[in-house]
Ligand binder design. Structure first.
Ligand code: R5P
Length: 293
């Protein structure tokens, strides 16, 4: 097996190679003066299981094109099998035509990965797992980071309650609650499809005297978790903690979330950020061990 890290592997490829005791190489990338992307794969690829690691954090489009170039090249070089490890799957939130005429972006993204030649896709907490089911014709897995994020908080919270910021994220809250052996619930969230503005409906929650952990897949503008934090503090929660898998932190949202009254924010390393403390590498390595036996 050879692990090939793209420029947006954020160290995950290297960690995987260490855990799996596999050979490691980095894709060489640069940009031509006109802005076009160049990719070169070094190392012996022919006849080997190739694991390509490239997350799709910003600049998403550039990282995506690099991923396609890597997959196609590795196929040309005669890899025995190709696993694409895409810890953060960009464009996953545009998974339907919310307004007439909109692109279903994730469909195009997934089709590209498949057509470039990946035979297996490993991703982490994709926004909607149904996208994989619906649009992909290769094998895939969507790993959940909720248990490893919850583990981080194991001895940090007193009288914990896990909250999903919306009903769609309830499964994630349940998985985290299983680790912390506590209760979980969800908030009622509404997002205006034209303005993107988020509102949270007041809901009766018994949070007084509790440490509440909000767990979400993505923090982008921070609107969701800031509103949720404020609502929980209004309801007299003791402390509010935030865990998210993909810390996008668009614009000044990190500062915005920090000043919302939250006790601590923790995220995984699918995207580099000031709080990417929890690595998804062990999770992915465990899965790779099973499929590349
Ligand atoms: C939405 O359904 C997701 O689970 C996240 O809650 C959302 O994408 C976060 O976005 P923002 O940080 O912009 O509120």
């Amino acid at each position: 097996m050879i692990v090939i890290a793209g420029p947006a592997s954020n160290g995950i490829g290297f960690r995987l190679s260490k855990i799996l005791k596999a050979e490691y190489t980095r894709a060489v990338t640069k940009f031509f003066p006109d802005g076009e992307t160049y990719v070169k794969i070094e190392g012996e690829i022919e006849g080997r299981d190739a694991v390509i690691v490239q997350s799709l954090y910003p600049p998403q489009d550039r990282h995506y094109l690099q991923l396609l170039f890597m997959i196609d090249t590795v196929r040309d070089l005669g890899a025995k099998s190709i696993v694409a490890v895409v810890p953060y799957m960009a464009y996953a939130r545009q998974d339907k035509r919310f307004l007439p005429g909109e692109a279903i972006s994730i469909k195009t993204i997934l089709k590209g990965i498949e057509h470039a030649g990946a035979e297996y896709l490993i991703t982490v907490d994709i926004h909607n797992e149904k996208s994989l089911e619906e649009w992909l014709n290769i094998k895939y897995v969507n790993l959940s980071a909720a248990p490893i994020l919850a583990k981080y908080f194991e001895r940090r919270m007193r009288n914990p309650l896990i909250l999903a910021p919306d009903r769609g994220a309830l499964n994630r809250a349940r998985e985290a609650a299983d680790v912390l052996n506590c209760e979980y619930d969800f908030l009622e969230k509404y997002r205006d499809r034209n303005t993107g503005e988020v509102t949270i409906k007041p809901k009766k929650l018994k949070v007084k005297g509790k440490d509440v952990l909000i767990i979400d897949d993505v923090i982008s503008t921070g609107g969701t978790v800031v509103l949720a934090t404020k609502e929980l503090l209004r309801l007299n929660a003791d402390k509010v903690y935030i865990a998210c898998t993909h810390p996008l932190f668009a614009g000044n949202s990190y500062e915005k979330v920090l000043s919302s009254g939250v006790e601590e924010i923790v995220a995984t390393d699918t995207i580099p950020s000031p709080v990417s403390y929890v690595s998804v590498a062990p999770l992915i390595a465990e899965y790779l061990k099973n499929i590349l036996k």
